[in-house]
Design a protein around this ligand. Sequence first.
Ligand SMILES: N[C@@H](CCC(=O)N[C@@H](CS)C(=O)NCC(=O)O)C(=O)O
Length: 241
Amino acid sequence: MTHPVPPLTLCELSDTGLPGSPSWSPFCLKVHRALGHLGLPYARRHGAGPMAHRGVNPAKQVPVLLIGDEPVADSSRILARLDRLCEGRLGGALEPRARAESRLWEELADTAVNGFVVAARWIDADNWPRTRAAYFEQMPAVVRAIVPGRLRARVRGALVARDLLRAGEAACWERFEQLLDDLEARAPEAGEFWVGPTPSFADFALWGQLHALRTPLTPRQAERVAARPGLSRYLDAVGAA
Ligand SMILES: N[C@@H](CCC(=O)N[C@@H](CS)C(=O)NCC(=O)O)C(=O)O
């Protein structure tokens, strides 16, 4: 590393307590994994919700990484900044075509794949009680009786607007199966990562979303990922990288 990296603090939500899955947020998982891959030490600042970090998160979302005193919001912007601080080790050093491909896969993970994480947790009726317990356990009981249901209705509307639930839940899960089949067919050989021999933007983003589907909140979707051996082996490799 040419320049010393300033102290880093990751502003995020609560810890899950699950080994290997420090956050419920797929975008926070993405940043955790990138920082872990770079071997950079960092502090963690937990908040009950994104608004706990007001003042540093203009989009009212997590993650935000404080680099020294400077807040950097949005997981892709965070990875781009870390990449610049670490001599292209997150993908910036790839040749331009591979770098572009890595960023395009990052975009697919953060948008299309993320939609299925949100649907699995908030809309799948079997999973919803587990999501509600995990996300809202710290709320006072009176508030907990009202707020989660209202938020769920809002999330459903957002997923219709994202064109994920417009044709109904059965069609959504059919598309999920197709996406997993396509990712399984595209998964790299053992020892390789998504666009080359070392992990890059694509890997952290895909891992964040797909690993978020492997927690006890969404057992059916975890089982569907596990049914793809190439993809599962790849996710384990990124988790260990
Ligand atoms: N584009 C953002 C998305 C971050 C995001 O959606 N974070 C979620 C937690 S997983 C959040 O803060 N949601 C609160 C909200 O959108 O109100 C990124 O890549 O960091």
